[in-house]
Structures are given as C-alpha cells and as structure tokens.
Design a binder for this molecule. Sequence first.
Ligand SMILES: Cc1cc2nc3c(=O)[nH]c(=O)nc-3n(C[C@H](O)[C@H](O)[C@H](O)COP(=O)(O)O)c2cc1C
Length: 336
Amino acid sequence: MTGAFHTRITDLFGIRLPVVASGLQWLSTADYVAAAAHAGIIGFITAASFPELDDLRAEIRRCRELTDGKPFGVNISMLPKLAKGDRVDAVVDLVCAEGVRFVETAGRNPEPYLPRLHAAGIKVLHKVPTVRHARSAQTAGVDAITVVGAECGGHPGTELIGTMVQAALAARDITIPLIAAGGIATGAQLVAALALGADGVAIGTRFLVAEEIRAHSDYKARLVAAQETDTTLVMSSLRNTVRALRNETTETVQKIERELGGDLEALMPHIAGRVGRRAYETGDARFGVLSVGQSVAFADRVEPLATIVKRLEEEACTAMTRIASLTPVSSATRFG
Ligand SMILES: Cc1cc2nc3c(=O)[nH]c(=O)nc-3n(C[C@H](O)[C@H](O)[C@H](O)COP(=O)(O)O)c2cc1C
C-alpha cells in the first residue's frame, strides 16, 4: 500500500498510515477496531476482554463483518501474573481457527506460540518495554516489534526508559519492522518516531476519547480534562508497574505499597480488573486502576476515531513540510 507515509509497517499490515491502535483491555471492541480499519490504520481486539472464548470468537466474527475485508488483529496479553496453564494456548488455537491475520502479543516472550501462529499465516507484532526484550523477540522470530517507553498508559515495564531514548536505541539493534510507542499522540510525534528510525507508532491513550470506545461519557470527560501531570505509577511492588489516571484508588494503592509492600491480598480489592471495568461502565473514574498515559494531555475532545486519525495525518504532513523547510544553511552564509 502506498501513501505519504509508506513504511515497512504499512506494507506489513496493508494500511495507509503507519499507526497501530494497540489493544485496550475492556475497550478495544470490534466497533473501535473496525473504526481503526476504516480510518486507514490497524486495531487489535483484546482477547483479555472476553473471559469466555465463545464471546471472543463472536467478537472476531463481528469485527470481520464490520471491517469489510480491511485488516485487523487480536491482542494476546500474556502478563507475568498468568500462571502456566493459562488460556493463551486456547486463544492461540482460536485465532488460528478463525483465520485472524495479525496478532499483537505482549508480556511474556511469544516464542512457544510462534510456530503455530506462523503456520496459520499470522503475522506477530510483539510489544516490549525494553530494548533487551526487543532483541530477544527479534531472535525468537516475531515479525515486528513495538517498543513502549515510560510515558505509556498501561505497562511501561520496570526500568522506565523514555520513548525518545528507547526508540532511538531500538532502531540501532532491530532490523525487522519497528514501532515506537509511549506518549505518542500527534502527527509531529509520528514524524519524530520515523526520524528516529521507527517504521510506525502505536497509540493507546490518545484514542481513548474516540466516540467508538465503549465507555461512559463521564469517564471520557475526565480524560478530556486531564493533563500530562494527571497520571501516576502503581503496582511497582508487584513488579507489574502500571501507569494510570491519578485517582482515589492509585492513592490507596500507593499507600498500601509504601506501608505493606507488594501485599497482594491487601492490594487486590483495589487493583482487580472488575473495579476498573466498573469505571468505564459508570463513568466514576475515582476508583479503579485506569490505564492512562501522559499523552492524555492531547485528548482534548470526544470525536470519531477517523477525525482524530485525519488530524494526526494532517499534522504529520505539516511536520514533514516544516522539516523540509529547514534547508541546510551553508557555513559561508551563516558566518558572512
Ligand atoms: C486503557 C488501556 C488499556 C490497555 N490494555 C492493554 C492490554 O490489555 N494489553 C496490552 O498489550 N496493552 C494494553 N494497553 C497498552 C496499549 O496497548 C499501548 O501499548 C499503550 O497505550 C501505548 O502508549 P500510550 O498510552 O502512551 O499511547 C492498554 C492501554 C490503555 C491506555
């Protein structure tokens, strides 16, 4: 596929803009993912949002209808907390059987699942929080890598390296298609990522205020009002750091972590996924560990995803023009 921003990522996914709408637990439903497809980018349904495999299967089928043959994928998060024997195996079987073409993995190394996924013709985009993990995933044979920096919503890893450093370092070592993520929300940032050596960007937080995200309008209004200083880190004591919207729950969790360390029993009533899920349903964003990144500062109104993506593309074109206008001044001119 050709376009103003033709890269190895647009080729890999068959999309117009090198932008990935990464998996969002409870929120990246078929409607959102289809909106991404129609906007010329690729989105991922999050398998973890569907405790019942039959519901995941139905959502994939619904997405296929809504996307009209345009590309979409499924996010398979394999967080460390999941013990051996979790349902990743069953989800892998399901996506293979359903003819899904793209999978975004995150968390553990996806190496054990690659033979099955590749045999089914599925391209695997693996998401990592450090360059070290990126190198291992490349060696393991994934098809593309997303490296997320500390600014991101959700899991920034434990080392908290910012996106600017992380993406530039990754570009030195990673030879397969590379995506930068963490705090990216504007077209100028997309151009910056391409300049750093990435082939595209992944976005979570900026898209949370898309109309197609199925969440209460009060929750989205809270995000629209939020600034870059309104997120915080929790759950580092469990070595499962999450960047989330600062609220009553994050204060409570941080207090428990200070006083009791990673006491899972004390933390669980606050960090359980169902608490966050309730906030999306009721709009009461005071409670729940609600994954949100620093780029929430750019989420300034609720509008269709296509409008957000269109603006991002226009901003990227403007940034390219600006860069092109910075023609080198010869030293003779500069110094008279
Ligand atoms: C609300 C929310 C839920 C998320 N859920 C998941 C998830 O289930 N699996 C996953 O791999 N990443 C998840 N992420 C991380 C995103 O896929 C993406 O890596 C991240 O948002 C990119 O950084 P940004 O938020 O700065 O754009 C989530 C992020 C947010 C904001």
